[in-house]
Design a protein around this ligand. Structure first.
Ligand code: PLP
Ligand code: COI
Length: 352
């Protein structure tokens, strides 16, 4: 008798992609998961093949942007098994995001089961071990119910699709240059701390401007005073000071990044680096040694330069490679995600 794992290896036909050069792009994969909320409850959900979504013209999603989402990754380990990194935290965060946008939260156990099903239904799309790519999973929930007055809809859909991805920022581990946005990403008591599509719509104009000006990303300042560092359009920012401490901006309008929370734990418990989580003034950056952008898509991208109009900050770590602390954090977290380093208990969900 073949074990489930060897049976799968036997029948697997990986897609013929140039895994090392796929970039961060959407591929239509084989299966996606769908569950609907109607009459006050979620149905049991199922995998389907059709990637298209059909909505009524007055669906709450289309009119008032009632939508929340998550981003997470599955990885192939050297033995061929496939795992996911801390998906329970994505389930928790999506639950909270939905509550903030007045949507019925998706049950956390069902969320994890949906992830398992989507990974297993798309095994040929999971990038191989050592390719530098991973399977990006996109759970999301949106209002399908019809509204015309401004109010929450009464029907919703939860879906998960997946697509193989490489590095989010071009250049991968090569440092990037970012600019300080003249626009704000989140309001002081707004939705910055939840993962709702509306926050990303807010950032598109400044994102286009940043790319046109040759920058990889925008760094946003606190919307109330524009003196503190918040985060970027798609990642949290972390810094290293002259004493080698990890300095992590704290603000109620920053998305609580799972990667950042993991990095803080690893810095303290694996690398014995002191972590200083506090409001960080923009003015302080010129005294820092290193900067990195962290997130599921970004992993940890080193930043070499931060530009705010005429004010140019060249981080001492430079534009050639990551500084030593950001580099060590990167090696540790990617080591855990790819199975080369044993992670803290409960961080890895073995899918198959
Ligand atoms: N901040 C923003 C605005 C993001 O879109 C993301 C991506 O998910 C992050 C931070 C990083 O969060 P995580 O590490 O949970 O992916
Ligand atoms: C993620 O890292 O999962 C995100 O959602 C960020 C997005 C900009 C791709």
């Amino acid at each position: 008798m073949l074990s489930a794992l060897s049976e799968r290896r036997f029948t697997m036909a990986k897609k013929n992609l140039d895994w090392g050069n796929i970039g961060f792009a959407y591929h239509v994969t084989d299966k996606r998961y769908v569950s609907n909320w109607k009459d006050g409850k979620w149905d049991e959900g199922a995998l389907i093949s059709n990637p298209e979504v059909t909505l009524n013209e007055s669906a709450g999603m289309l009119q008032y942007c009632q939508q929340v989402f998550e981003g997470m990754k599955a990885y192939t380990w050297e033995d061929g098994s496939v795992v996911c990194f801390r998906p329970d935290l994505n389930a928790d965060r999506m639950y909270e995001s939905a509550q903030r946008i007045e949507m019925p939260p998706f049950p956390k156990d069902q969320f994890l089961d949906a992830i398992d099903q989507v990974v297993k239904g798309n095994l040929d799309w999971v990038p191989p071990y050592g390719s530098g790519a991973s399977l990006y999973l996109r759970p999301y929930e949106f209002a399908t119910g019809v509204v015309i007055g401004v109010k929450p809809a009464d029907e919703y859909q939860f879906r998960v699709f997946c697509t193989p991805v490489g590095p989010y920022y071009k250049g991968g581990a090569t440092p990037i240059a970012i600019q300080v946005s003249d626009f704000d990403r989140a309001a002081p008591r707004g939705t910055g701390a939840v993962k709702a599509g509306l926050n990303y719509a807010m950032s598109l104009h400044s994102s286009v401007l940043a790319h046109k000006a040759g920058f990889a990303e925008n760094l946003y300042l606190d919307p109330a005073t524009r003196t503190y560092v918040e985060e970027t359009g798609g990642s949290n920012a972390i810094f290293v000071d002259k004493a080698g401490n990890l300095v992590v901006p704290k603000s109620p309008s920053i998305l609580p990044s799972i990667t950042r929370r993991s990095i803080v734990y690893l810095a303290e418990h694996y690398l014995h680096i002191h972590v200083d989580e506090r409001p960080v003034k923009y003015e302080e950056i010129k005294n820092f040694q290193e900067c990195g952008l962290c997130g599921t898509a970004a992993v940890i991208s080193p930043v070499g330069r931060i530009v705010n109009h005429d004010d140019v900050i060249n981080l001492p770590s430079g534009m050639e490679k990551a500084g030593p602390v950001i580099g060590e954090l990167y090696d540790t977290i990617t080591g855990i995600q790819s199975g080369r380093i044993e992670g803290p208990e409960g961080w890895i969900r073995h899918i198959c």
